[in-house]
Design a protein around this ligand. Structure first.
Ligand SMILES: NC(=O)c1ccc[n+]([C@@H]2O[C@H](COP(=O)([O-])OP(=O)(O)OC[C@H]3O[C@@H](n4cnc5c(N)ncnc54)[C@H](OP(=O)(O)O)[C@@H]3O)[C@@H](O)[C@H]2O)c1
Length: 345
């Protein structure tokens, strides 16, 4: 029998991508698709790719507590309210928001709020039992045992997949990350700066130097690399995220060391693909998939490495990774229901 899943925030971009993925999943069915203002409305009225008569459900915590897994794809305040109840009830939760990704102090620093449940913050030195930051490539053993998975943010996913294997080759204080995202990264709600007339033909930086994802990248980058400079950019695409990370190599490190580190980290990974040195990834190549493509080059003149990562912000950056985590939590094949190939062109 299929595992029964709930999506809270199913009317949002992350939630509806989960619904699309679960509709094709062989072992998890979307039993509850809950929304807030959109509760009662037909799913197809917002998302015409999902035909059928299904309507969005209202949020009912009792009903969610009966499920096999719950995805929280809503603002972090909603996750802070719902996740503890589900966790206490023993229901596995994959939270797409930032509510549990940092330590309690880190959450206060970057989100300006005190954390109501420090014991459930994955970034604590000793998080509570079954609480984990869900980057499967580096933590799948713990994710298999988890009750609460803090699904990484979109920019941190791209930056960490590029930087983690080479982190020990870099000098502290040298890491810079520039990244670009399409507008679906900002969610479905209409906002002035996201209107077609503003975004089309435009590109701009935002959030620097204190975008909230900076703290998440710093927290989960291995070793002691110190402060990271992170600048996100909004570019005129619907989906897709490209992160370019730079770091200065330690004295004795060679370009071959960088290549070996990346290849050995991802040799057996189903979703992360390392391109030949000098080949740079395209966001379009991973669109609609849970894939991440990485390209790295070393500049012998500056002794810096440049690692570029392409993901779909709604795929590996949100819903795809959440489903990868749920597969692990439920003891399923990690790749179940996740197409490995992007839509191109
Ligand atoms: N978009 C991305 O690329 C991305 C990537 C990684 C992580 N995330 C994170 O994933 C979460 C969802 O992001 P999104 O982009 O999908 O957002 P979104 O498109 O704005 O959707 C937000 C969802 O949350 C629901 N919601 C809003 N306020 C609520 C409330 N008070 N109580 C219950 N539900 C409420 C909305 O329901 P109604 O529409 O019915 O009001 C909607 O379903 C966020 O925490 C975001 O930071 C997003």
């Amino acid at each position: 029998m299929a595992h029964r899943a709930g999506i809270v925030g199913a009317s949002g971009y992350g939630g509806v991508e989960l619904l699309r993925l679960l509709d094709g999943h062989p072992a998890i069915e979307p039993a509850v698709v809950a929304a807030n203002a959109q509760a009662g409305e037909p799913v197809a009225s917002l998302f015409p790719n999902l035909t059928g008569a299904r309507t969005f459900d209202a949020i009912d915590v009792g009903a969610l507590a009966e499920l096999d897994v719950v995805f929280l794809a809503a603002p972090h305040g909603v996750a802070l309210e719902l996740a503890p109840t589900l966790y206490e009830a023993g229901v596995p939760v994959v939270d797409l928001s930032a509510a549990f990704r940092l330590s309690a102090d880190g959450f206060t620093t970057w989100y300006g709020e005190s954390h109501p449940r420090p014991d459930l913050a994955a970034g604590e030195a000793q998080p509570g039992e079954g609480v984990v930051y869900g980057l499967p490539e580096f933590r799948r053993g713990s994710i298999r045992q988890a009750t609460l998975v803090a699904n990484p943010g979109c920019y941190p996913t791209a930056a960490l997949l590029g930087l983690t294997p080479v982190a020990e080759l870099l000098t502290p204080g040298s890491v810079v990350v520039d990244a670009m995202s399409g507008t679906s990264g900002a969610g479905r709600a209409a906002k002035d700066h996201l209107h077609f007339a503003h975004v089309h033909g435009d590109a701009t930086a935002y959030g620097a130097p204190a975008h909230r994802h900076t703290g998440e990248i710093e927290r989960w980058l291995p070793g002691d690399l110190g402060a990271v400079t992170f600048t996100p950019h909004l570019v005129p695409m619907s989906r897709g995220l490209l992160a370019t990370a730079y770091g200065t190599l330690r004295d004795d490190v060679t370009a071959d060391d960088v290549e070996d580190a990346l290849r050995s980290a991802y040799r057996d990974e189903p979703f992360v693909h390392v391109l030949a040195p000098g080949t740079f990834p395209h966001t379009k190549a991973v669109a609609g998939s849970n894939g991440c493509q990485l390209g790295a080059v070393v500049d012998p003149r500056t002794r810096r490495v440049t690692v570029t990562s392409a993901i779909d912000n709604l795929g590996k950056g949100a819903a795809g990774q959440a489903l990868q985590n749920a597969n692990l939590v439920l003891g399923l094949d990690e790749t179940s229901g996740l197409s490995a190939i992007g839509v191109y062109p």
